[in-house]
Every structure is written in structure tokens, then in C-alpha cells.
Design a protein around this ligand. Structure first.
Ligand code: NBX
Length: 827
């Protein structure tokens, strides 16, 4: 009997009655403390208490969870399998208390026990199983799917170590392992009985099966994929969906014979080898590293997920030709694309379907989301490596490509250039599989993540495919969950919104439109400003306690938080800051004349990305000089709290006045931080890039600080030959700022420390920082002027909130459902 059917009887008789009163909650909590943690309240540690509290909340959700698993199984209607190598979840306790509406009861119950709930909340180490935007998007999407009661399951990898913990040593990034499991993870449920075997290596052979020739794969080694289930509770709807993350273990624990002979390391070799697969998240963002282990990770989790779905979620005797009516596998970028040949392999080699029938099914079961525009970020796997690790899959990819190119020939004749350009196999510099092409050929739909991105994807990245597959390409603009990023992160603003527009906006974010009318209400503006001020105080306390950093009082909070990438142009922000400082330091500008600003950075650099790490070093160096220079009179502060993560985002974003979204036009696929800031009433200074375009259109030009070249202007400048030195020569402010960095002013007089950063800008500047500098400074002056009129600023901020309901991830989910998935109405 399958695992899900086995839960049926349990679901009918929940073992643990939901603790929905304060007394009940206290009782459950103490039970958990005593009998699960094995300690008395009086002798319990904070960690014991956190775990017992988490278990209490978990138990409350359990009956619903089991019931929903059963209901999803029994319904057998079309559902979504979201395949993502990353889920950047953020803290679970907060979110689960909010979703289950237990926050009030839990707080009271804890105070009955003499415990401060907020302290316990603070203990949780967030599961950082993602790098940045892509992973956080997946987390927002599963939240929305649960809240909208859409039958769905998220599949991914349970990394033992998530994104590294960042520290600064002399201002330079150092990476520490993220031991998020060290104190126990109360939110996960291992299911070793539902483990899948995932195979690698070996060779293939043909054999006769009656009249038909078939292929079988004889793998060389395999590992076990053990699923860990995580609850994904919907918001106040009593639904609980499942996130299923796979952990790798050896098929044989260890070799007792070798162990007894005394070679302990050799005895556990297989175990170590296998568990390496899910050991650590690759900390690269946007530039794939062609690492064998990464390909192993990708195949590992999708092979386990596809089998899991086929084995456990389909009714007995399911007719596989109907699979596209039963499931859609949504590919979160190319990381899970190896699922395409895997499904083909299972259908043809294991289930015995004809190739053509299997291909028909497969093409109906996948859809692909692209998250990038950088050509170097389009994943390719060398044929050599893929053939060694997955020989059967390589054969399948070859055949898919052959048949696809034959179709291309039918349409265009022997246009060899076109055929080479469209081939799934690249020939140079080495033979490699273009995973984005494979996903595009196989996917029923291909989408970008913001309007501009989807258009550039069609016109610039995959134009031949867009022409060949009319109707396949579409857009779904990203969104963010208002539960975590508004309701949870900004309780003050949330109350204000509820007072103004009534309850229910958390699941119907278009209702924020009701705030429009309040923008002209002076009383509301005052209350709104008061909330922002309180959020700044909260942030002030947090950064002081967390990092010993001092936020300026009554400062404009100017925030740039996101991965460190040259294309995102943290350097442009640095040049602005240095330029302001240079004015004061040179005596040309009186400190009293500058708008008091605290600049907050948050950014991790991929450990192997040298330039990004230099920029982090520079930001810290600039901060220590400016923050300590008495001539500045404390009017400029540059703060860079280390280890920016979801938890810190929840504190920083609600306190921000100005949101920095300053990527070079045509490089940022969407951005999602930009949406979070606008929803929390920060004004954006930004380029015409990614979802900024849509934010600006919605909030209105007058409530957005636009600057910089447009994407066509960027293209035009490139094609005529971009010479950054000319911009340096032509702009005195720019020259002074760059010269100050080059002089060693931020490196104790040592001119060599930041020389690579300066030369890179002067002689290369791929992301055209210098070309956009003057415009950026102009826009920042507009910010200063606008901020001087607080009342007008608050009005604009309120309008940002009122007009950003579109950016709820619930709307993104509706767009996927209507345009791509075609799943039936919710459960
Ligand atoms: O995906 C990001 C884009 O850069 C953002 O513009 C977009 O808003 C977000 C969600 O659609 N991409 C991203 O975060 N990529 C990765 O994290 C990544 C991780 C590993 C890898 C390649 C890319 N090998």
C-alpha cells in the first residue's frame, strides 16, 4: 500500500487534538517539553523550549496535513509538481504561527509559562536552502499554492548545509558553513520507507523484447534518496501542502567486513560518497559552475521526484497517456531539466511505451521558467560528463535533438546555420548540452519572469525558438507573498492597512487599492509616517544587537540588499556615496547641506567571484572611513550587516525609505526585492529593468525615481563601442570619486588594494556603471529634494503600497494556472 493511502486511516482519527485554547496549548507545550525533549520546564534550555513550541504548532497542523494529502490523492485531478533545486524558506515558526492563526494563543500560553515568545522566535536558524531570488521565489510560490488550495507539491534537495554564513574579517567576506540542522529541525519529517533509489554511471545495452528492440541502462552505482516532508500551511484556510526535500544516503550503510578489519574510513566510504550529494548548496548565483557534483544533485532530486510522483500519486492502473491531464512539472530554471530525459527513460525503458507516445506525454508534462538574461548563466553540461554520469539520458537527448532538428529542416530546409544555432548540442568550445534549449523543446510553455524579461527572452535569447514555436513563449511576472513580507514583517503597516481597507487583503492584495483614498488624508499620512519611524527604531535595535552597527537617527534609510553581482551595480551606489563624502571631505560642501542618510547594504558574493568580493571589501572600507570622519558630522552612515538573509530582510525592508534597483537595463530578469520594498512603502530609485518597469507603470512616474539608459540605449552604446574612460574624463564628480578610491583614501593609503576595481571600471566596465553615473546622481538629487517635503514623500509612499497589489505571488500563481498549468479550480 502506498504511503499516502496508508495515511488515510490516521487522518480520520487525528491522534492529537488541536490545541486551540490557551490552556490546551500550554498542556501540549508542556507535554512536548517533558516527553519529547525529556526535560522539565524549570530545567529546560531555550532551545528545548523552542523545539517544544515548534512541535506544538506542528501537531496542530498535523491533522489537516494528513487530510490534505489524502484529499489530493483521492481527487486525482491535475496537480502541480514544482521542481526547484532551491527553496529559500526563511524562519518557519513565525510563518506557521501566522498561517495557523495561533500567534495570539501561543504568546499567551508562553507567558503563562514565563517564556517570552519573541525570544524563542529569535532562536530559529532559517533554512537557507537557496542563493537568492530564484530560491526565494520558489518559497513564495509554495506559500501561495497552499493559501490558494491548489493541489501541488514542491520537490527539492535537503541540503545539510545551506547558503554559507557570511562574516567579515578586516572588511573582507569569509564564509562559514551554515549548520542549520545543528540544534534539530522540528519542521521536517523523514520518510525512509518512501526512499527512492537513484542510479548513476554504467552503460546501456539493447535487447529484444518480442518483436521490439529495447534499451536498458546498467548503472554502475546508486544512492538512496530519502524524502523529508515539510508542512506548507496556507494562510488561515486550514490547508497544509507538502514540500518534499530529498536527502542522499548510501544504499548500504557500511561494510561490516572492512570495518572489522580495522579500516574504518574505507568501511564508511560509500556512505560518505553518497551523502556528499545533498551535503551543500552550491553558492553560485547566476553563473553555473560545471561541477560533476552539481549534475549529480540535479539528477538525484529530479529522478527521485519523478518516481515519487509516478509511484505514489497515481491511482492503480493509471493510463500513462493521460499523464498531462494529471500533472505538470514546472521547471524552476534549468537546474531540474534533466527530468525531461528521465521521464522519457521511465516511460520508454521501464514502462514499455513507444518512443512517440512517450514524447507526446513528456511534451505535455513540462513547462520551463527562465530566470536570467546573462548568456553565461545559461547552463550547459559537457557531453563527456553527462555521458559518463547518465549514459542513457545522453542517448535520449541525442534522439530528442535529432527529431527536433529534422522538424526544423522540414520548416526551413537545410539552413545549416540555423540548425547549428538551434541544436540542443553545442559543438564549441566543447560538445555540450544546452539545457535551456532542451527545456524549450520539451516544455509545453516557456516563460520569463517580468514583461521586459519575457520580451528579451523571445527577441534576444531564444529568437529562433520563438519563431519556430509560436505561442509557446509567455510571461508570468514574479510576485512575493504578502503574508511573510507584509503581514509578518510589517505588523504596524498591516494594522494600518486593515483599519483602512478592512481584513482580507492578505489573500486579496488588490484590495490595497483602497488605500489610494487615504493618501490624501493627513491623519493617515501621519500614522503611516509613525509606522515607518517605528520600523526604523526596530531596525536600529536589531542592527545594534546583531552587529553593533548604529543606524542614524532621523536618517533617510537608503537600502540596497541583494546578491553581490557586477550587473546589479553595487559599485554605482558606492560611487554615489563616495561622491557625497568627497564633497564634504574636500570642503566644497558643508555637511549640514547633505540629507542625512544611512546607507544599508546586504549582499553575499559567490566564494569564487573575486570582483564581487573586492566590492564587498570596498563597501566596508568606505564605511569605516566615512562613519568615523568627524567632518561628516554623522550625517552619512554606511552599514553593511553581514549575512543578509530572509530574516534580516524582514527587518530591513519595512524600515526602508529608498529602494535601490539600479541594475544595467536588460540584465535583471525581474527582481523581487523591488516588489517587497514598494509594498512596504519605500520609493524606488531604479533603471528601466526587470519588474521595475511594471512597478513604475503601476505606481506612476511621479512616485518613482527613474534614471539611466534603456535597454535599446545600452545596446546602441555597446554597438558603437563603449569607452568608459570618456565618461570619466567628461564628469568632474565621477573623476573625483574614482580618484579618491584610487588614491588609497579607503585603504590606508595603499593604492593597490582597490586598483582592480578602479581599472575594471575605467577600462572594461561591462555593466556600464560610468555611463549611468551622471544620471544616477541627478536622480539622487531629486530624491533629496523630494525627501525634504515629508508630507509629499509619505503620500507617494502610500501610493506605492496602494498600487502594488499586483505583485502578490498569488497573482503570479493565477497567471501560471490560467496560462500554463490549466489546473482545475482549487480543492
Ligand atoms: O531570479 C533571479 C534573477 O536574477 C532575478 O532577477 C529574479 O527576480 C529571480 C526570480 O525570478 N535569479 C537567480 O536568483 N538565480 C539564481 O539564484 C541561480 C542560482 C544558481 C544558478 C544559477 C542561478 N546556478
Amino acid at each position: 500500500m502506498s504511503e499516502i493511502r496508508a495515511t488515510h486511516t490516521l487522518a480520520l482519527a487525528p491522534v492529537i487534538p488541536p490545541a486551540s485554547t490557551v490552556d490546551g496549548f500550554v498542556q501540549e507545550f508542556l507535554n512536548n517539553l517533558n516527553f519529547r525533549q525529556g526535560v522539565a520546564l524549570s530545567s529546560s534550555s531555550q532551545n528545548d523550549r523552542y523545539l517544544a513550541l515548534a512541535q506544538t504548532v506542528r501537531d496542530y497542523l498535523m491533522a489537516r496535513w494528513l487530510e490534505d494529502q489524502r484529499a489530493q490523492f483521492e481527487r486525482q485531478s491535475k496537480g502541480v509538481c514544482y521542481l526547484s533545486a532551491e527553496y529559500l524558506l526563511g524562519r518557519q515558526l513565525d510563518n506557521n504561527l501566522l498561517a495557523s492563526d495561533l500567534g495570539g494563543i501561543a504568546a499567551e500560553a508562553m507567558s503563562v509559562c514565563g517564556i517570552d515568545l519573541d525570544e524563542l522566535r529569535g532562536l530559529e536558524v532559517e533554512p537557507g536552502l537557496g542563493n537568492g531570488g530564484l530560491g526565494r521565489l520558489a518559497a513564495c510560490f509554495v506559500d501561495s499554492l497552499a493559501t490558494m488550495s491548489v493541489p501541488s507539491i514542491g520537490y527539492g534537495i535537503r541540503y545539510e548545509y545551506g547558503i554559507f554564513r557570511q562574516t567579515f574579517v578586516d572588511g573582507q567576506q569569509a564564509e562559514q558553513p551554515d549548520q542549520w540542522l545543528a540544534l534539530g529541525s522540528p519542521w521536517e519529517f523523514p520518510h525512509p520507507e518512501a526512499a527512492q533509489i537513484v542510479s548513476f554511471g554504467g552503460h546501456t545495452e539493447r535487447y529484444q523484447d518480442g518483436d521490439v528492440e529495447r534499451t536498458r541502462w546498467i548503472p554502475a552505482w546508486n544512492v538512496q534518496a530519502v524524502p523529508y516532508n515539510y508542512m506548507v500551511p496556507g494562510y488561515h484556510n486550514g490547508r497544509v501542502n507538502t514540500l518534499r526535500l530529498w536527502s542522499a544516503v548510501a544504499t548500504h550503510a557500511f561494510d561490516l567486513r572492512i570495518f572489522n578489519s580495522g579500516d574504518y574510513a574505507e568501511a564508511v566510504r560509500a556512505q560518505t560518497f553518497a551523502s556528499n550529494i545533498s551535503k551543500v548548496l552550491y553558492p553560485e548565483d547566476s553563473t553555473p559552475q560545471g561541477k560533476e557534483l552539481r549534475l549529480q544533485q540535479q539528477y538525484f532530486f529530479v529522478a527521485a521526484s519523478v518516481s515519487d510522483f509516478l509511484d505514489h500519486h497515481l491511482a492503480d492502473g493509471f493510463d500513462l497517456t493521460k499523464l498531462p491531464d494529471r500533472v505538470i512539472f514546472q521547471l524552476n530554471d534549468t537546474h531540474p531539466v534533466i527530468a525531461v530525459p528521465e521521464l522519457m527513460r521511465v516511460l520508454v525503458d521501464v514502462r514499455g511505451l513507444e518512443w512517440d507516445a512517450a514524447w507526446e506525454i513528456t511534451r505535455g508534462c513540462f513547462a520551463y521558467t527562465c530566470h536570467t538574461l546573462l548568456p553565461e548563466a545559461l547552463e550547459e553540461w559537457s557531453v563527456d560528463l553527462l555521458g559518463r554520469l547518465l549514459p542513457r539520458h545522453l542517448e535520449i537527448i541525442y534522439r530528442i535533438n535529432e527529431e527536433f532538428l529534422a522538424e526544423v529542416r522540414e520548416t526551413y530546409g537545410d539552413d545549416e546555420l540555423r540548425i547549428r544555432n538551434m541544436s540542443i548540442i553545442a559543438e564549441h568550445p566543447e560538445r555540450a548540452i544546452r539545457m535551456a534549449y532542451l527545456a524549450t523543446v520539451a516544455g509545453a510553455k516557456v516563460n520569463g519572469v517580468a514583461e521586459l524579461h519575457s520580451q528579451l527572452l523571445r527577441d534576444k535569447v531564444l529568437p529562433d525558438f520563438a519563431a519556430f514555436f509560436p505561442g509557446k513563449f509567455t510571461n508570468v511576472t514574479n510576485g512575493v507573498t504578502p503574508r511573510r513580507f507584509l503581514r509578518l514583517a510589517n505588523p504596524g503597516l498591516s494594522s494600518l492597512i486593515t483599519e483602512a481597507v478592512g481584513p482580507g487583503w492578505e489573500t486579496d492584495l488588490d484590495r490595497l487599492q483602497g488605500l489610494e483614498a487615504y493618501a490624501d488624508d493627513a491623519g493617515f499620512r501621519t500614522a503611516f509616517a509613525e509606522v515607518k519611524a517605528q520600523n526604523k527604531v526596530r531596525l536600529r535595535h536589531e542592527l545594534l544587537a546583531r552587529d553593533g552597527l548604529v543606524v542614524g537617527e532621523d536618517h533617510l534609510m537608503d537600502v540596497m540588499v541583494k546578491r553581490l553581482h557586477e550587473y546589479k551595480r553595487q559599485m554605482l551606489k558606492v560611487l554615489h556615496i563616495v561622491s557625497l563624502y568627497e564633497g564634504i571631505a574636500s570642503g566644497r560642501v558643508a555637511a549640514a547641506e547633505v540629507t542625512p542618510r544611512t546607507f544599508i547594504f546586504g549582499a553575499k558574493a559567490a566564494p569564487g567571484y573575486a570582483m564581487a568580493k573586492r566590492i564587498i571589501h570596498l563597501i566596508n572600507a568606505v564605511g569605516s572611513v566615512i562613519n568615523d570622519d568627524p567632518r561628516v558630522e554623522g550625517r552619512l552612515k554606511v552599514l553593511f550587516p553581514p549575512n543578509y538573509n530572509v530574516t534580516l530582510a524582514e527587518r530591513v525592508i519595512p524600515a526602508a525609505d529608498l529602494s535601490e534597483q539600479i541594475s544595467l537595463a536588460g540584465k535583471e530578469a525581474s527582481g523581487t526585492g523591488n516588489m517587497k520594498f514598494a509594498l512596504n512603502g519605500a520609493l524606488t530609485i531604479g533603471t528601466d529593468d526587470g519588474a521595475n518597469v511594471e512597478i513604475r507603470r503601476l505606481v506612476g512616474d511621479e512616485n518613482f525615481f527613474l534614471f539611466g539608459m534603456t535597454e535599446p540605449e545600452v545596446e546602441a552604446l555597446w554597438s558603437t563601442g563603449y569607452r568608459p574612460g570618456e565618461f570619466y574624463q567628461a564628469d568632474e564628480d565621477l573623476r573625483r570619486a574614482l580618484d579618491l578610491i584610487a588614491s588609497g583614501a579607503f585603504s590606508g593609503g595603499d593604492r593597490s588594494t582597490f586598483e582592480p576595481v578602479v581599472s575594471n571600471l575605467l577600462y572594461d566596465d561591462r555593466f556600464m556603471v560610468l555611463a549611468d553615473f551622471a544620471e544616477y546622481i541627478r536622480a539622487q538629487r531629486e530624491v533629496d529634494a523630494a525627501y525634504a517635503d515629508q508630507d509629499a514623500w509619505n503620500r507617494a509612499a502610500i501610493l506605492n503600497v496602494a498600487r502594488c497589489g499586483f505583485f502578490s505571488s498569488d497573482r503570479s500563481m493565477r497567471d501560471y494556472i490560467n496560462g500554463i498549468w490549466h489546473t482545475p479550480p482549487a480543492l
